[in-house]
Structure formats: structure tokens, C-alpha cells
Design a protein around this ligand. Structure first.
Ligand code: NAP
Length: 232
């Protein structure tokens, strides 16, 4: 996928961290971003900083009704995205697996797995109909390895790896699905599990300068192949 041609990019979790940094890079590269997050003041900040043709809405991806309404509000006008990035996710507070409460696990899976599935269900049929575009599902080193304390998060990202590879096998045309490990980046999420030592890692802005062009180059050749953002 040539990064110079203007693209329509749908990005969940645009309000903070990696998603927020990517909005800036995609904008600079001349692409249009349709983004979401739950925090209304942050959505309003995005609207002010990146006016139309970009658009940002307050959406909880774990709520299928909200995702349906959100996608319904732009799909007919804008068409299927060239790049769909399922980036929104949460991490658990460090604890051993036997201390994880049902409500905690449920909330995390509702965003990290069901949220991805909700967005796929409402957006991907239009991509298949158009027979073009790339679906990037954000995975993690913890979607391919494990560490103590992050059982729920690991379970969710291993699920994303599996879901994405199955989706790739089901896509018989030109649409591609790629599980992407972004690396280790100093965001609010990383601070939740690493504490202050998260500061040893690069920030989202610096990361996004490498990640955005890399993501825009993904295509059918990467279908079903787990990739990691270069330098990570
Ligand atoms: N940072 C890392 O080192 C790292 C490493 C491996 C993988 N990842 C993956 O990279 C992605 C981005 O991580 P990050 O570090 O940027 O995390 P972050 O700083 O915590 O940002 C997460 C984003 O997701 C949004 N979000 C969370 N729950 C949501 C929901 N239910 N509906 C809609 N939006 C929701 C948040 O916005 P609101 O709070 O406004 O909803 C925020 O914009 C995630 O998939 C993460 O698992 C990150």
C-alpha cells in the first residue's frame, strides 16, 4: 500500500497513547482519520485539532449498539476504509491469575476481544464487498509470549492473534488481516504494568514516526502474518 495516496483510516482508541500519536502522523501524510474513544473531552480536543474531513466520536467499542450506530453514521458517505485499525484496548492491574475477579476479566475481554469483533462485524463486510483494504488488529509481545501478572491481558492478546489469523484464512479476495505487535512504548497502558520504569521506553510520538509509514505499507502479502513494528 503506497503511503503517498490519500487513504481512509478507521482507528479505534484514537484519544490517547499510540492511537492519538498515529492520528497526527496520518494527518501529516495527507490521510483521513475516522477515530473513536470513550472520553468525550479528548474526542472534542481531537475534533478541534483535526477538523473535517477527519471525524472523531465518543464510542465504547465493547457496546455493539454504539459501534453499529457509529459505523452507520459514516460508512455510507465515506465508504469502506483502506486501513481499519483495531487499536483500543485495556490492561489489567498486575495480579496473579488466581486473584482475577470475574467482573475484571469480563470488562477487559469485552473491550480487547469483543470490541475488536464488534468493529470487524460492522466494517469488514463493506471492505470485502469493495475487495480492498487492510485490517490491523493490535497485538502485543504478550500476544506471543507471557509474563506473570498480566494473565487477562495476555489471554486477550493471544485471542487477538488467533482471531486475526483465522480471519486472514477466511479472506479470499484482496482484503488482508494482520496482527501487529507495536513493540513496547511508554503510554498510560505501559505505566499501568511497568510503573515509572515505563519511562525507559520510547514515547508514542517518536514511535509513530516509524509506525505510521510501516502500517501504511501493509497489504495482501502480509495477510495472516504476525508482524512487529520495526525497531521494536
Ligand atoms: N504501549 C505498549 O507498549 C503496547 C505494547 C503492546 C501492545 N499495545 C497495544 O497497543 C494498543 C494501544 O495501546 P496504548 O499503549 O496506546 O494504550 P492507552 O494509552 O491505554 O490507550 C488506549 C486507547 O484505547 C481507548 N479505549 C480503551 N477502551 C476502550 C473502549 N472500550 N472503547 C473505545 N476506546 C477504548 C482509550 O481511550 P478512552 O479511554 O478515551 O476510551 C485510548 O485511546 C492496544 O491495543 C495495546 O494493547 C501497546
Amino acid at each position: 500500500m503506497a503511503s503517498t495516496k490519500p487513504r481512509l483510516i478507521v482507528l479505534t482508541g484514537a484519544t490517547r497513547g499510540l492511537g492519538r500519536a498515529l492520528v497526527g502522523r496520518f494527518h501529516e501524510l495527507g490521510h483521513t482519520v475516522v477515530g473513536c474513544g470513550r472520553t468525550k473531552p479528548l474526542v472534542n480536543e481531537l475534533r478541534a485539532a483535526f477538523p473535517a474531513p477527519h471525524r472523531f466520536d465518543a464510542v465504547d467499542v465493547s457496546d455493539d449498539g454504539q459501534v453499529a450506530a457509529w459505523v452507520g453514521s459514516w460508512l455510507a458517505d465515506l465508504g469502506a476504509p483502506d486501513l481499519l485499525m483495531n487499536n483500543a484496548a485495556q490492561i489489567n492491574h498486575n495480579k496473579p491469575v488466581w486473584e482475577v475477579l470475574p467482573a475484571e476479566m469480563d470488562q477487559l475481554l469485552q473491550t480487547n476481544v469483543m470490541g475488536v469483533l464488534n468493529v470487524i462485524r460492522h466494517v469488514v463486510p463493506a471492505m470485502i464487498k469493495r475487495d480492498a483494504g487492510v485490517i490491523v488488529n493490535l497485538s502485543s509481545y504478550w500476544g506471543r509470549s507471557t509474563s506473570p501478572g498480566v494473565g487477562p491481558y495476555c489471554a486477550s492478546k493471544w485471542a487477538i492473534e488467533g482471531l486475526t489469523r483465522v480471519l486472514a484464512q477466511e479472506l479470499t479476495g484482496q482484503v488482508a488481516a494482520v496482527p501487529v505487535n507495536p513493540g513496547i512504548i511508554d503510554t498510560e497502558m505501559l505505566r499501568t504494568c511497568f510503573g515509572a520504569s515505563a519511562g525507559r521506553y520510547i514515547g508514542a510520538e517518536e514511535w509513530s514516526h516509524v509506525a505510521a509509514p510501516f502500517l501504511l505499507e501493509l497489504g495482501r502479502a502480509h495477510n495472516g502474518k504476525p508482524v512487529t513494528v520495526p525497531g521494536q
